[in-house]
Ligand binder design. Structure first.
Ligand code: PLP
Length: 391
């Protein structure tokens, strides 16, 4: 899953174009300096509050709490749902380990669901067959920021009274039928890791759409104490009231994040420019070589998180990675299926996800980041187009 490994392992050509660079925007340095000198660099300072208010305004007035990572937002969701041993959680196998770890940490059993060939999102037509009396949650992951089929997923979940929680690590500011991703489930997890569209190095947020979870989320995030109510003047001292952990990021990191969130349209414009240039520049080549470019359904708005391609075979995928690496360009694979991983096999040995297995062997992600130089985008296109898939 690492984004920095060479396909061949021994390549010595210097890297010209990395796979990722963290997003940087004009106000970052200024806000970080302001935070540094503000006298408040622990969690829940002014910058954290401003990030949360800004995100809430863009996500249907949901309650937003910044967290130390997307992984921790997922863990917080599993705690809030009171997931425990004997419970089953339906998750795609084609995702990052954190999506499943959050629930495995509580002792739950993952039930892996296969993906659709077009969007690489969980295949909602297989949901019904995987539901049992023990199913407690369904976790859609919006791959590359393109929405899962939330209409049918919510219908099925509601019929069985099962919670839907979104792993929206890729999908901030993406939409499904005009509604923002992250606002469909009872809760959603966001990530601000350096590989994501908006980043503060390590960071995340929980989006809480069902107000019943808000009070307890604040308590668990603050080491199991009612400290937030104390600061609001609602109680005259704060004390230990529940289990908890420390999921608040430093306000310094929130300062970095706020600068980027305020410049979201600039970020969006830059990312859409690179994405569309790839799609256009690779259209003929992909058709001639039987390569699938990313598919975005009409009713989905992508936030342009990744640019991936599905090659005709595992061999051609590996050969293209090596071809690009020899020209100093780092392209990478994505998601070794979790159901085949050593830990996945241990806790869930019976899974059938043939599409996941086939696609993950053939998938390649091209260098793609907000501040990508157009000269580099053209260089990648040129290198890819110089590669012919062996028939
Ligand atoms: C990045 C990512 C996470 C984890 O986020 P961190 O902030 O790195 O902990 C979870 N799920 C998916 C799908 C991700 O891409």
């Amino acid at each position: 899953m690492s984004a920095s490994k060479d396909a061949g392992g021994t390549v010595s050509v210097p890297l010209r174009i990395p796979f990722n660079r963290p997003t940087h925007t004009r106000l970052v340095d200024h806000y970080v300096a302001q935070s540094l000198h503000s006298g408040h660099i622990s969690g829940d300072g002014d910058f954290t509050r401003r990030c949360q208010e800004l995100l809430s305004g863009l996500l249907s007035d949901a309650t937003i709490l910044l967290t130390t990572s997307g992984t921790h937002a997922l863990e917080l969701m599993a705690l809030l749902l009171d997931i425990g041993p004997g419970d089953e959680v339906i998750v795609p196998s084609f995702t990052f380990s954190s999506t499943v770890n959050a629930f495995a940490l509580r002792g739950a059993t993952p039930v892996f669901i296969d993906i659709r060939r077009d969007t690489l999102n969980l295949d909602e037509s297989q949901l019904e067959a995987l539901i049992t009396p023990s199913t407690r949650a369904i976790v859609p992951v919006h791959y590359a920021g393109v929405a899962c089929e939330m209409g049918p997923i919510l219908d099925i979940a509601n019929n069985h009274d099962i919670a839907v929680v979104e792993d929206n690590a890729h999908g901030l500011f993406g939409a499904y039928r005009g509604q923002a991703l992250g606002t469909f489930g009872v809760m959603a997890a966001q990530s601000f890791h350096e590989t994501k569209n908006f980043s503060c190095g390590e960071g995340g947020a929980i989006v809480i759409n069902d107000p019943r979870y808000v009070d307890r989320a604040e308590i668990i995030r603050e080491k199991g104490t009612n400290r937030r109510n104390f600061f609001r003047g609602l109680v005259d001292k704060y004390t230990w009231v529940d289990i908890g952990s420390s999921y608040l990021p430093s306000d310094l990191l929130a300062a970095m994040l706020l600068a980027q969130l305020e410049d979201r349209e600039w970020v969006w414009e830059h990312r859409s420019t690179v994405w569309n240039r790839y799609a256009e520049g690779l259209a003929d080549w992909s058709r001639l070589n039987n390569v699938a470019l990313p598919f975005v359904p009409e009713h989905c708005q992508t936030p342009y998180h990744l640019f991936h391609m599905v090659m005709p075979s595992a061999q051609s995928r590996d050969a293209l990675i090596a071809h690009l690496r020899a020209e100093g360009i780092l392209a990478v694979f994505h998601y070794q299926p979790l159901h085949l991983s050593p830990y996945g096999q241990r806790i869930q040995p019976v899974s059938s996800c043939p599409v996941t297995e086939e696609i993950s062997e053939r998938l390649i992600r091209l260098p793609f980041y907000t501040n990508m130089d157009p000269v580099d985008t053209e260089a990648v296109i040129e290198s890819v187009c110089a590669f012919a898939v062996e028939p």
